[in-house]
Design a protein around this ligand. Structure first.
Ligand SMILES: Nc1ncnc2c1ncn2[C@@H]1O[C@H](COP(=O)(O)OP(=O)(O)O)[C@@H](O)[C@H]1O
Ligand SMILES: N[C@@H](CCC(=O)OP(=O)(O)O)C(=O)O
Length: 381
């Protein structure tokens, strides 16, 4: 864990921020939309705009607000009921933000995303272009998961993950997660009165995962664990994360002015290229190829492309252009990237030198199985 130092908050230098607000904050612990809180955040975001900062807001609360509007006292477990509640509640959410931002002459836009939108390269690029366009127009995009169309298998499930993916998508320097606690504690403060607030740590530190529990309320979804994992994901591409209380007065303005509030989870890796960022965060791998020792070295030390000659086994069914993991003989993931040959073609050319590809397959689209430009090394060794 890092020592507490005197440097300003990582939000101070950020030109582009993603701010995520949790359900219990937005809906007053499930009692109904907290207009006062929405008004406060909107005022602060408007002030950040005036400082030339771009902000994307990821807001939870559709299901909780839908339940309140439908008069449901308890969260249903059936997916279609949750989806119905989200459809009702989302109306209230976006209306609240629109009204609050309009006070400051700022327009808002509703963006509903699914896992598929971020996993498919074309849709991912589309979403990114739309978000960039909105930011250029001075609009505040209000993002949520498209709860009404997702099924259990393809749900992101929590907006902490969505916040991290949006951070990667738009290359934001900082993700601010506002919640109902002052930050990450050494244990769930609802259960352990001795728990201490952590002020700064390195994103991805496995110690943090041990401290984090699930949601302490019936309203929130992921608890602290999904926030810590979100910080790790954001850090994958160089984004810092701050987890703080959404009830702290002027929290966003104070963070932006350099004050350290809540828990700061810092990214140590430099910002990666946009394409590599997408690869590093691709949630759905289509398969795995096992590398021999020479290929492991070529990838991790030589930053070379992967050739079929260094592959000893293929798992999964994938097509050309799918994301496939490269693993070593012990099963450790070393890299992932876009593969140039389908699983069936890869099975036919593995252990073969590139000059034999045309002869074996009857065609050769690329001499490499995976080009280094389409690959990100995920294990440094
Ligand atoms: N180590 C921890 N530090 C702080 N909060 C924790 C910790 N472990 C679990 N929690 C719980 O996580 C909750 C916040 O997550 P969640 O309810 O999902 O909120 P949100 O709706 O803001 O996403 C807190 O209210 C707290 O009970
Ligand atoms: N998409 C859901 C949010 C789910 C979620 O992650 O909630 P939370 O843990 O409060 O951030 C909704 O709007 O209700």
């Amino acid at each position: 864990m890092l020592d507490l130092d005197t440097t300003p908050s990582v939000a101070a230098d950020a030109r582009r921020l993603v701010i995520k607000v949790g359900s219990s904050l937005v809906t007053n612990e499930g009692r109904g939309l907290d207009m006062e809180a929405v008004t406060q955040w909107s005022r602060q975001i408007a002030a950040l705009h005036a400082q030339d900062k771009q902000v994307v807001l990821v807001s939870s609360g559709a299901i909780a607000e839908g339940m309140a509007r439908l008069g449901w006292p308890r969260r249903p477990s059936a997916m279609h009921e949750l989806q119905a509640a989200a459809a009702v509640g989302q109306m209230g959410l976006v209306q609240a933000y629109e009204v609050a931002f309009a006070q400051h002459g700022i327009r808002t836009a509703q963006i509903l995303l699914t896992h598929e939108d971020l996993a498919d390269r074309r849709r991912y690029l589309n979403a990114r272009t739309t978000l960039y366009t909105l930011l250029r127009l001075g609009v505040v995009p209000i993002v949520n998961e498209n709860d009404t169309v997702v099924t259990d298998e393809i749900r992101l499930g929590d907006n902490d993950t969505l916040g991290a993916l949006v951070t990667n998508l738009i290359e934001a320097e900082t993700l601010v997660i506002l919640t109902d606690q002052r930050g990450v504690y050494t244990a769930d403060p609802r259960k352990d009165p001795e728990a201490q607030l952590i002020q700064v740590a390195q994103a991805g530190d496995p110690e943090l995962e041990k401290m984090a529990g699930g949601s302490g309320s019936d309203i929130g979804t992921g608890g602290m664990l999904t926030k810590i994992l979100a910080a790790r994901r954001a850090a994958n591409s160089g984004g810092h994360t701050i987890i703080a209380s959404g009830r702290e007065p002027d929290v966003l303005l104070r963070l932006a002015s350099g004050e350290r509030i809540g828990t700061e989870l810092r990214a140590l890796l430099p910002i990666r290229s946009a394409r590599q960022r997408w690869l590093a965060n691709h949630l759905r791998l289509r398969g795995r190829v096992t590398l021999d020792q020479g290929a492991v070295k070529a990838l991790t030390q030589g930053h070379k492309s992967l050739l079929a000659v260094g592959v000893t086994a293929v798992e999964g069914e994938f097509e050309r252009g799918d994301v496939v993991a490269c693993i070593d003989e012990a099963g450790r993931e070393l890299a992932r990237g876009l593969i140039n040959y389908s699983a069936s073609d890869t099975r036919r050319i593995l252990r073969q030198p590139s000059y034999r590809i045309a002869e074996i397959l009857g065609h050769m689209t690329d001499p490499e199985l995976m080009h280094r430009d389409n690959m990100v090394v995920t294990y440094a060794g």
